[in-house]
Write a protein that binds this ligand. Structure first.
Ligand code: AMP
Length: 255
């Protein structure tokens, strides 16, 4: 595996792969890799060669009060994991490479970026779409792989690729969970043992709603109330939002 630190070199390698008519796959990440990320890498390897994994903690998607400084960074360990998996290129640019002095162009998917997660984290999705578009331009991948864990992000990126006629197809892969249902996440490392136990309430609430739907419940007010009840019973949880939305428009539905 070759580790690439500069945009210019990554572009050159990607251009060469395109000239050789190879199928380029990209897995964008912020590192601190876990099985969720690795499932995306394996999906990419099934379809593409070469596979490029990017590791970049993107300042543009962090709010001023968010965890940019303390976000886990472990490039050496990540590099070893990717090497073992047989990844072709690790693209690990610096912030100055991606956002040089004077940078001032952002891309934003209107509307969809300001609901749900976007309401709690203003500017977050603008940062995501900007960095992903930059990565697409640099790596020119035929396919790029994203997790359904970030369902709104996947929907927004699909909108961006359609609206801007991009040559990259976004592939959305299933969520990888711990045995107790908690979705794997680099940020789970922040949780102490009590919080780690409490975090399973997210999955339990989703399962409760799923069970009610399977039993015939269709009224979203009832489903939301059932989820709220479980979440409110967990003192360590403070809820930003619980919503049931149309998967395509991200607008709330009543049934
Ligand atoms: P991150 O490093 O958190 O920005 O995530 C990079 C990519 O991995 C995103 O497309 C995420 O949706 C995906 N991802 C993160 N956690 C999981 C998981 N538990 N299962 C599947 N995909 C995941």
């Amino acid at each position: 595996m070759e580790t690439i630190y500069t945009v210019e070199w990554m572009k050159q390698v990607a251009r060469q792969a395109r000239v050789e008519a190879r199928l380029v796959g990209l897995v964008p990440t912020m590192g601190a890799l876990h099985e969720g990320h690795l499932s995306l890498v394996r999906a990419a390897q099934k379809q593409c060669s070469p596979v490029v994994v990017s590791i970049f903690v993107n300042p543009a998607q962090f709010g001023p009060k968010e965890d940019l400084e303390k976000y886990p960074r472990q490039l050496e360990a990540d590099r070893e994991v990717l090497e073992k998996l047989g990844v072709d290129y690790l693209f690990a640019p610096t912030v100055a490479e991606m956002y040089p002095h004077g940078f001032r162009t952002y891309v934003s998917v209107e509307g969809m970026s300001s609901v749900l997660e976007g309401r709690s984290r203003p500017g977050h999705f603008r940062g995501v779409t900007t960095v992903v578009l930059k990565l697409f331009e640099i790596v020119q991948p035929h396919f790029a792989y994203f997790g359904r864990k970030d369902a709104q992000q996947a929907r927004i990126l699909r909108q961006m690729t359609a609206d801007l006629n991009l040559d990259t197809e976004a592939v959305v892969c299933p969520i990888v969970r711990e045995p107790d249902g908690l979705a794997l996440s680099s940020r789970n490392a922040y949780l102490n043992p009590d919080e780690r136990r409490a975090a399973t309430v997210l999955h339990r609430a989703l399962r409760a709603a799923e069970k009610k739907i399977a039993a015939g419940e269709r009224d979203t007010l009832h489903l939301l109330a059932a989820m709220r009840k479980l979440l409110d019973a967990e003192p360590l949880a403070s809820v930003d939002y619980v919503e049931i939305v149309d998967a395509d428009t991200l607008e709330p539905v009543t049934r």
